[in-house]
Design a binder for this molecule. Structure first.
Ligand SMILES: [Zn+2]
Length: 332
């Protein structure tokens, strides 16, 4: 798989939380050759099943992105926006954005004494409108826009791109699916919706699939930064990050024992992932029904939720290899 091209194809499709139809269609096309059936549920989750006789395993990677929703149109034609998911206001000043209808804009900020204190309410989107009446021809409150930044390969196979959270996780699932021939387990690769607003898609998907085991594939924090306060344990380029905890889940020791054993045995680079903040779909999966042993296989990501994030293609490949191994694991 050409990882950069795959990420670009997903990112070219629109897909903020609650508006994932376009990105789901793109992923369904990519997944089709590697699974037996594809379905969508009420929440818009894309469920790709590869049948097998063994345990039911649900791999979840959220396909939604963070974004902005128009709240108000100023008389000068500028758009005020609210955030969909966790947006760091100071990081997005000057960022180009794109609406579902193709309209382009750029985010800017009220004149401020101290730009470090920027809040969402200080931001506006300039779409080139002459005034409010002109702007209303193109957008209305409730319309969403997403980062319209570019992607590139940097040194050491590090990928700079928007929305590696979590299109890189989606690519990892596709890579894992690509590696599987016949399946010993009953596999559900679920591309979930609305993770960024509270793991909402994974909640209904996990209930619907009713898995024996759950694995969330998502990005995690990075600790390889000057002056780190060590709020997380993972580093980019050091392999698949096996989740121990985040704010949404304390992972199943039994599942992690298997993941570590598989990584050791198959010589897949790995590290243990402790995150003091943030959540993943594992948080929703492990609390479904009467509980599902769950963990996460994570891609360390720099500058998460900024208009340009950085992940390692090597880490993504390690995550895919570990997913494929777990998918083939013969449970007793
Ligand atoms: Zn994420």
């Amino acid at each position: 798989m050409d990882i950069l091209k795959t990420l670009d194809t997903m990112n070219a499709a629109f897909g903020p939380s609650g508006r994932e139809e376009a990105v789901a269609a793109v992923i369904a096309d990519m997944a089709k050759p590697y699974c037996d059936e594809i379905s969508t549920d009420v929440m818009g989750n894309l469920i790709c099943r590869k049948k097998g006789p063994g345990k039911k395993i649900m791999f979840a990677a959220h396909m939604d992105s963070i974004g902005f929703m128009v709240t108000h149109i100023e008389k000068e034609g500028f758009l005020r926006v609210g955030k969909i998911g966790g947006i760091p206001p100071v990081e997005v000043i000057g960022t180009p954005v794109r609406f579902e209808n193709g309209l382009r804009g750029v985010i800017h900020c009220n004149e401020m004494e101290d730009e470090g204190k920027v809040k969402m309410e200080d931001l506006y989107v300039d779409i080139g409108a002459r005034d409010a009446a002109d702007a209303k021809k193109h957008v209305r409150p409730g319309d969403m826009c997403v980062y319209d930044t570019r992607s590139a390969m940097a040194a050491n196979r590090m990928i700079i791109a928007p929305y590696t959270d979590n299109r890189s996780g989606c690519a990892v699932l596709l890579m894992a699916m690509e590696q599987l021939k016949k399946s010993v387990n009953d596999l559900y690769f679920v591309f979930t919706t609305q993770e960024e607003v509270g793991l909402r898609g994974a909640k209904t998907a996990a209930f619907g699939v009713a898995p024996d085991y759950g694995i969330a594939v998502d990005v995690t924090g990075f600790d390889d930064v000057p002056g780190s306060r060590h709020s997380c344990s993972s580093s980019t380029g050091k392999g698949a990050a096996i989740k121990v905890k985040d704010s949404s889940v304390i992972c199943s020791p039994a599942v992690n024992k298997i993941l570590v054993e598989l990584a050791e045995k198959k010589k897949i680079p790995y590290q243990m992932d402790v995150l003091t903040a943030g959540g993943t779909d594992a948080g929703a999966m492990h609390l479904t029904m009467d509980g599902v042993p769950s963990s996460g296989i994570s891609i360390p990501c720099k500058f998460c939720h900024c208009p340009q994030e950085i992940v390692s293609a090597d880490d993504m490949e390690a995550c895919a290899a570990l997913c494929a191994e777990f998918a083939q694991y013969k449970f007793e």
